[in-house]
Write a protein that binds this ligand. Structure first.
Ligand SMILES: Nc1ccn([C@H]2C[C@H](O)[C@@H](COP(=O)(O)OP(=O)(O)OP(=O)(O)O)O2)c(=O)n1
Ligand SMILES: [Mn+2]
Length: 517
């Protein structure tokens, strides 16, 4: 038998997904293997790991032109051979990867005796298949598994009601409870990527920060520990440099770039300053450039806006998570006060609270009058804020757009950001947002302020793909874009409820707790 590890070896691929094919082709160049097509009878046929001998033979016959004059039977080798070679960085012997025919069995029993792939070695196609399938909420898990065994690389035709499938992940179509970093077999990798994402955000590199977040979401969907470079490359959204970093984490348990990041003076100062409410990345960079390194430096030497002064004063409090029960009590106070000064005002606490998180970073309260009347802001937010101050609940104002004159107001949305505190001794100062929206924007605002921001981003991207546009103000269809620029803003759709927005986007409804991506 020809030795597949010799440099003159020719190979061809059969039923191997496009993404893996790219990776394998590169590996072949590296290992000195020549890739040819199926008609070359000297070639080892590298097949998808899920195929049995008979299916592989059939596929070979139908896909190529295996001429009847074929003198010798084809030799099928599982692509795992290349995967393992990539992993070990050297071309391994192919012997143990050869697929042998077992002619004593019937064809149907053969399919059942395909060498079982361990759960931890589930093929990447299966993963993407699972992902694509999960778009349809009607399919049960078991149905999913049976199908994925049979159809390893088949992509289902687009059904009405399903999502465009050209990109990897639609977070908004998946319940966040189905994907979690905690207990995930790739948790350690995720932790490091999360830290990188945070640090990139702090250093004002939003693009990279988002790229890392997307990689995290892709990893959260893996039910097996990632072990090979090829598996990393097959993850949606993971580009070369990020794949290299993940590979480094797997190989070394560390990440040089992260350690370098963490030991940089500017990064630790920027991270510290980022905790000052009211300070953006431009400001924190300036503070560093001015030689400030500590909060004390800021307090004594920096020129701070009034908002930043408050942010600095309550640095510890604002950076302490608020237990859910405390948010509930705060909500009760605001609702009771609103009942007195603005009866009929509908109030919903959004953000992480509505997503049922056990603790929250701040309190985001959305309000509207559903009576359809046009309300002027002075009659709504201002008296409520006034009363909340009077009872000693609101301690400071940070941003108050409800004070702006009504004539200068383009949007009817009014926002108030402030600082509140419960009266019990020892209570911390908390950040509270009160946002008043017109009734027709209620559902889209509710959706937006409930988040998470990753969920929102995914939904907006989906809307764009469907030539729609989604914002906190509304959902538009028939939008025409040239690049990112809107040439035609389209028409507003009637969105009385969050459910209606999901329906327009062909998504099954997700309750808030399932949007916690
Ligand atoms: N860049 C942003 C900021 C916010 N939001 C939306 C989604 C958020 O869920 C919601 C509230 O913003 P918060 O920053 O308060 O985030 P959360 O309430 O989700 O988390 P936390 O517990 O940290 O407050 O507004 C968004 O889509 N994009
Ligand atoms: Mn919040």
């Amino acid at each position: 038998m020809t030795d597949a590890t010799s440099s003159s070896t020719v190979v061809s691929f059969l039923r191997v997904g496009k993404r893996r094919l790219e990776i394998f082709n590169k590996a072949c160049i590296k290992f000195g293997l020549t890739v040819v097509d199926h008609t070359n009878q000297n070639a080892f046929i590298l097949i998808d790991d899920e195929l049995d001998f008979i299916s592989a033979s059939k596929a070979l016959k139908s896909s190529s032109v295996l001429s009847s004059s074929s003198s010798s039977p084809p030799i099928f080798i599982r692509t795992q051979w290349l995967s393992d070679s990539i992993k070990q960085n050297q071309l391994l012997s192919h012997e143990s990867y050869i697929l042998h025919a077992t002619p004593s069995r019937s064809e149907s029993s053969l399919t059942e005796t395909v060498i079982p792939i361990k759960k931890t070695e589930i093929s990447t196609e299966q993963l993407s298949f699972k992902r694509e399938r999960s778009v349809s909420s009607s399919a049960s898990d078991t149905d999913d598994e049976t199908r994925s065994k049979k159809h390893h690389i088949d992509i289902q035709p687009i059904q009405p009601g399903e999502l465009p499938r050209t990109t990897g992940i639609w977070l908004c179509s998946e319940a966040s409870s189905s994907t979690s970093a905690v207990g995930n077999p790739n948790e350690k990798i995720i932790e490091k990527l999360r830290e990188m994402s945070k640090l990139y955000l702090i250093t004002n590199d939003k693009g990279r920060s988002i790229a890392y977040q997307k990689a995290i979401e892709a990893l959260k969907r893996c039910t097996h520990p990632i072990r090979s470079y090829e598996e990393i490359k097959a993850l949606p959204y993971v580009k070369q440099s990020l794949a290299d970093k993940i590979w480094e984490i797997i190989r070394t348990n560390g990440l040089v770039k992260l350690s370098a990041f963490q030991s940089r003076d500017d990064v630790s100062a920027l991270a510290l300053f980022a905790g000052v409410w009211g300070a953006g990345t431009e400001t924190t960079k300036q503070w560093f450039a001015q030689g400030f390194r500590t909060l004390e430096d800021l307090r004594t030497r920096a020129r701070l806006t009034r908002t930043q002064q408050i942010g600095l004063k309550y640095y510890q409090d604002f950076n302490t998570r608020i237990p859910r029960e405390e948010v509930t009590r705060i909500e009760t106070i605001v609702k009771q006060t609103a009942d007195e000064v603005a009866p009929g005002l509908m109030i919903e606490t959004c953000g992480s609270y509505r997503r049922l998180k056990p603790s929250c970073g701040d309190i985001d309260m959305l309000m509207t009058f559903k009576d359809g009347k046009r309300h002027i802001h002075e009659s709504i937010l201002a008296p409520l804020i006034e009363k909340l101050r009077e009872i000693g609940f609101l301690i400071h104002d940070l941003i108050n757009h409800s004070e702006t004159s009504s004539t200068s107001h383009v949007s009817e949305q009014l926002t108030y950001f402030g600082v509140c505190r419960l009266s019990e001794p020892g209570s911390l100062h908390r950040r509270i947002d009160l946002i008043f929206v017109p009734a027709n924007e209620w559902a889209c605002s509710l959706l937006y302020f409930t988040g998470s921001d990753m969920f929102n981003r995914s939904m907006r991207r989906l809307a764009r793909r469907l030539n729609m546009s989604l914002s906190q103000h509304g959902l538009y269809h028939g939008v025409v874009r040239k690049g990112v620029e809107k040439i035609n803003t389209g028409q507003a759709l009637n969105t009385p409820t969050e459910e209606s927005v999901f329906r327009y986007l062909n998504l099954s409804y997700r309750p808030p707790e399932d949007r916690d991506h």
